[in-house]
Design a protein around this ligand. Sequence first.
Ligand code: MSP
Length: 645
Amino acid sequence: MKEKFYITTPIYYPSGKWHLGTCYTTVVCDALARFKRMQGYDVFYLTGTDEHGQKIEKVAQSHGMPTKKFVDKQVESLKKIWKLLNISYDKFIRTTDEYHQKAVQKIFQKLYDKGDIYKSEYEGWYCTPCEAFWTEKQLKENKCPDCGREVELTKESSYFFRLSKYQDRLIELIENNPEFLQPKSRQNEMLNNFLRAGLQDLAVSRTSFKWGVPVPFDKDHVIYVWIDALSNYITALGYMGEDDSLFKKFWPADIHMMGKEIIRFHSIIWPAILMALDVELPKKVYGHGWLLFGSDKISKSKGNIIDPIILSERYKVDAVRYYLLREIPFGQDGAFSNYAFLSRINADLCNSLGNLLSRTTAMVNQYFDGILPKSKKKGEHDSELIEIADNVFEKVKDNVDKLLIPEALTEIWNLINRSNKYIDETQPWILGKDEAQKDRLSTILYNLVECLRISATLLKPFLPDTAQRILSDLSLQDVNEFSENTKFGYLKGGEKITKSQPLFPRININKELEEMDKLASMLEKKNELGKGTNEIKKPEIEFDDFSKLDLKVGTVKACERIPKSAKLLKLTVEIGDEERTIVSGIAKSFEPDDLVGKQVVVVTNLKPVKLCGVESQGMVLCTEDENGIVLISPQRDVPSGSVVN
Ligand code: MSP
């Protein structure tokens, strides 16, 4: 029977704010899941979404959407990203799935019946406008970290999980099982900063919002939030559900993979919940580092493109996967830059791998009509190359077992680079001119095809599309497992070798960096504009509110710049039989003369304000896109003073 392998990512917040860093956990887990499948394991790869809580409720409100509808839409977008990135998950769990909610209620009930959950009072700092509780530590300069307003020390009734009861067992777990929490540096962090400092019981319900799983025996409370979120790893397998066969087969998890900021919840709260439920603990919890943009995990340093969809569409999905897997030392942080991304594509994918493929397949076609020759005459450099090729699988496997992903890829590139060097050393294009050297040439090309084949076979879990393209050129359609195909000498000769098309076009880095800069500022602008329009919807208003506006059509009679202001124009607008002075921030898109004679829509009953010393008696309506500001005008000229309604 196949050995099982259960791997999970955290479940993602359906916030819609996904960037390259957010894709890191799923891409890494995908490579591991694919590698294990090719090794013959029965793999279950789980990902999903963490949809409850007040934050999501508020984001949905700001989009003017019912919460469920909003999260449904976000989940669709997230699934599209995973599809694009070739993420081969076996199950996608949503915490709003009914089976999950029912199971979470049963888990809560079981913990309550056992005495591990009890009712008490939760004291925290409450922000009334945000309806949110904060701990003292979360406050920013004693104010609400979300809106910056005053907070009040408030008590709320809450259910508590007896986390403190498990403190000693948790310390023992981490001290005695060095494999449980990795990388090693996280063990001391957890032991010293949290476990030895003393654990407090954990508030696990809230009454201040409703968007969550109701506590089964107390409908005023919703379960907040870790019992709901963390339980996904077992409810997805049917724990406390109608059919728990997957749970029996796959639990305990072989790896829970996640970013370092949530390691505390997974290495302290999650094992304690499992201990309380009498469920076996996961084998490994791994906290990887962050992909940094500028100085932190989410801020964008100017000019960098970090949208996984744009990057994948522009440079291919495997360029994105390769960058994430190769560039960030696993377990540590790594900084993203357009330059590092483009350099990796050029150096490793286009030059090393692309050249080996194109030179090898071109020469087999040129000298042997596209049919792989048998090896006929051994020579200098062969044994060194063959030894590397024969050992590379073991080295890659060792690194994958230790979760050293960049190192695993480096091993594959050692073979690719050594093969390119072998071409330079053996100079097959010179041998090709001499019929007497044909036997030696056949061995050289056989050796090269074999090295290319082994490289592509091992690359399949990491870069599935690229590896498949190479293997297809070598007449290998279905390489789905590692077998004797990881050893040198697998192909027998006689196979059709297709002259390949370039894998990754060579990039002119300086030129492309300029293009990326332009693209980044366009995107930034679009985001800025989006903020004012589609993204944040204003609350619904009554017709009476709208009818308070006095909108009229006016004709611009004169227009001039306002000295010392780059933004403002002073317009003289005729509205019926009166003339008004209106100051408008549209100077970057219009020359004063452009506007004279134009009709505009004016808010005529806006309280006058002074701008740069000039009193503005109204406002003209306009919109903006990436090409600049556009005035809102009637479709054809109408008498000035016409009412807009
Ligand atoms: N919902 C919680 C997890 C609950 S698990 C029971 C959560 N979600 S998240 O959407 O914020 O994060 C999902 C994953 O993306 C996490 O592993 C997180 O560490 C990872 N990353 C988000 N930004 C990242 C980077 N900039 N770099 C690397 N990984 C990052 O946390």
